[in-house]
Design a protein around this ligand. Structure first.
Ligand code: PMP
Length: 395
């Protein structure tokens, strides 16, 4: 039994007089009614929709952000997706708890963190393949969660060494091994439809309810797998019939091909295609959104995307600093891109419009990369400020 060694934790305690605990098993309906949730899974979803005061005042619109960093397992919207993919595999009988089954995934981090956490909670192990340019706090976190982590060189998706292909191959090799009855399951967040359907089932309906039955003019989000954008757009535009009354806008970091895909139907403008570097990687500090291929989950929602806003790293860094200084909101890079694009979108709409976007994860996941640059920006600004002062004094 996997709890067998539990009492070893406590050192020398006497359990002689103790009856076996009786309050295990299911959470009672009464407790549920009072808001007690069962395990870490119960902290997933139902995140607040936050009015960002400074951005609302500046734009004359209402800027609302879904605080997805408050999902309690892995701290991002990927909790919804990871839970949904694990449950799908459990229902198919592919994953069986406490059998030594391993969940394999290729991810830039958030999905891996959600999977590693939920794997622990449900009796599995996790094996995560990620590119080696991702902020180290993510792979460190994964290791502390007990996941096997492979950081691999950045490669094109056609290369067997690409982190997604590697995860798929590792899962296959595990299941093919005659040495173990356990299985390896490849989640495949980019292509698995359990991804966007998780957002269609949960994120979309939450936004609908939180805006008093769809009182919003635009939904703005970046795309990594495209699951969030597609799931929310499909729910609001199709299932709830908002159609063209809702403007769905892709927030795309510099170097990503999706912006041109949305606006012109091709991945890059002719001048951009000229680049000598093979476009395997998005040339940006931003992690988690922006890709140079059309994934299954993006394709599902692509016909519903009305426009795209391209956001530079500098804009994202300045937005992240702004939100800390004015709102006390400390976010990661993809959230900053979303907020820049939400502001640009709001400025193109009549005053008083309501724009919803996503805050994906906290800045703590990005200290060593994105926030290091944001910090440097501050020094640069101070430096420039002092120089101007000096110049001013001299005249
Ligand atoms: N932000 C972060 C930090 C992410 O890790 C991801 C997912 N890769 C996203 C945003 C984008 O979400 P999606 O995959 O649903 O497009």
């Amino acid at each position: 039994h996997r709890h067998g060694s539990f009492f070893d934790l406590l050192g020398p305690v006497s359990l002689e007089d103790r009856e076996t605990a009786s309050s295990h098993g299911e959470l009672s309906a009464l407790d549920r009614g009072h808001g007690i949730v069962d395990g870490i899974e119960g902290t997933i979803g139902n995140t607040p929709l936050v009015r960002i005061r400074s951005l609302s005042e500046a734009t004359g619109c209402t800027i609302l952000a879904k605080a997805e960093f408050l999902n309690g397992a892995g701290g991002s919207p990927k909790d919804r997706v990871a839970l949904s993919m694990i449950q799908a595999a459990e229902e198919e009988g592919l994953l069986v708890p406490n059998r030594g089954d391993v969940i394999y995934e290729g991810t830039v981090g958030s999905t891996g963190i959600s999977l590693a956490t939920l794997a622990r909670a449900r009796g599995y192990r996790a094996h995560i393949c990620m590119p080696d340019d991702v902020a180290v706090e993510k792979s460190e976190l994964l290791r502390h969660l007990g996941a096997e982590v492979e950081r691999v060189p950045v490669a094109p998706i056609t290369d067997p060494g690409h982190y997604v292909n590697l995860a798929r191959a590792r899962a296959r090799a595990h299941s093919a091994s005659p040495d173990t009855p356990s299985r390896g399951v490849f989640c495949d967040q980019f292509e698995s439809l359990a991804n966007y359907t998780a957002h269609m089932r949960t994120t979309g309906p939450e936004i609908w309810a939180q805006t008093g039955g769809g009182r919003l003019d635009a939904f703005v989000a970046g795309a990594g797998t495209g699951g969030t954008l597609s799931g929310v757009a499909k729910y609001l535009k199709e299932e709830r019939g908002l159609g063209s009354a809702l403007r769905v806008v892709l927030a795309d970091p510099q170097g990503s091909g999706l912006y041109h895909k949305v606006r012109h139907g091709v991945m890059w403008s002719p001048t951009e295609r000229e680049g000598t570097r093979r476009r395997t990687q998005v040339d940006s500090l931003v992690e988690g959104i922006g890709v140079n291929r059309v994934t299954g989950n993006f394709e599902v929602g692509r016909p519903l995307v009305d426009d795209a806003v391209r956001v530079t790293d500098e804009q994202a860094l300045r937005m992240a600093r702004w939100l800390v200084e004015h709102d006390g909101i400390f976010i990661g890079s993809s959230s900053a891109v979303n907020c820049v694009a939400a502001v640009v979108t709001a400025l193109g709409l009549p005053p008083g419009s309501r724009v919803v976007t996503i805050l994906c994860d906290t800045g703590a996941r990005h200290l060593s990369k994105f926030w290091k640059h944001a910090g440097a920006l501050e020094l640069e600004d101070d430096g420039a400020g002092k120089k101007e002062e000096k110049d001013g004094q001299r005249q």
